[in-house]
Design a protein around this ligand. Structure first.
Ligand SMILES: Cc1cc2nc3c(=O)[nH]c(=O)nc-3n(C[C@H](O)[C@H](O)[C@H](O)COP(=O)(O)O)c2cc1C
Length: 181
């Protein structure tokens, strides 16, 4: 029986990959938050969107310095995802709290998270006001992935990327039932 859904409609569009979204302040201090609302929107040129609550510190930083990076974790970083998704960089050094190592990006001032398995570096070119969020459109300047987890740019079963179902529920992409026809 079909039942109308009035709240949390977004759950119907999950699971979505949970990743770390890194950003940086003008004074060079970086931040990281957990994020799941994101999508590619163009392949040529490569453009992605990340959706960030207006009240998040990350939103302030992306507007200020116009850069962000998508850092793709695997299962080992689950605890860090929750820390970065439940605390704010306004009052917490989340790299320290979540024990995440930073490394330099190829084309941005924004740092990357060394323990991740894939990265997409973006320059902000457009911001859309969308309800409680900003949809940040980023031109992809550089992307890379660990070939132990991504073959020809596609995930292998070893990747075990966390997929957010909503609330505090996570499942993992294993790829072993993702067969070609
Ligand atoms: C798995 C997961 C996914 C999340 N996805 C988003 C998201 O897509 N957009 C968003 O604005 N907040 C999302 N959050 C919440 C932010 O990570 C959270 O508000 C964070 O404290 C913001 O940090 P900041 O103030 O340092 O920017 C998510 C949290 C978790 C745990």
């Amino acid at each position: 029986m079909l039942k109308q859904i009035k709240s949390d409609i977004y759950h119907l569009m999950h699971p979505k990959m949970a990743f770390f979204l890194t950003s940086i302040a003008k004074d060079g201090k970086p931040n990281v938050m957990a994020c799941a609302w994101a999508t590619p929107v163009s392949e040529e040129p490569p453009i992605v969107i990340v959706c960030v609550e207006k009240s998040a510190y990350t939103a302030e930083l992306i507007k200020e310095t116009r850069e962000f990076a998508i850092n793709i974790p695997n299962k080992k970083l689950l605890k860090a995802i929750w820390i970065c998704g439940k605390t704010s960089g306004r009052d917490t050094d989340k790299f320290l709290k979540a024990k995440l190592k930073q490394r330099m990006a190829n084309s941005l001032k924004v740092p990357l998270i060394a323990e991740c398995v894939g990265y997409i570096e973006c320059k902000l070119y457009k911001t859309v006001d969308a309800g409680e969020c900003y949809a940040f459109f980023g031109n992809v300047l550089y992307a890379e992935a660990d070939d132990a987890f991504f073959k020809k740019g596609m995930r292998t079963e070893a990747a075990e990327i966390p997929l957010h179902l909503g609330g505090s529920r996570i499942m993992y992409f294993r790829g072993d039932n993702a067969k070609e026809d």
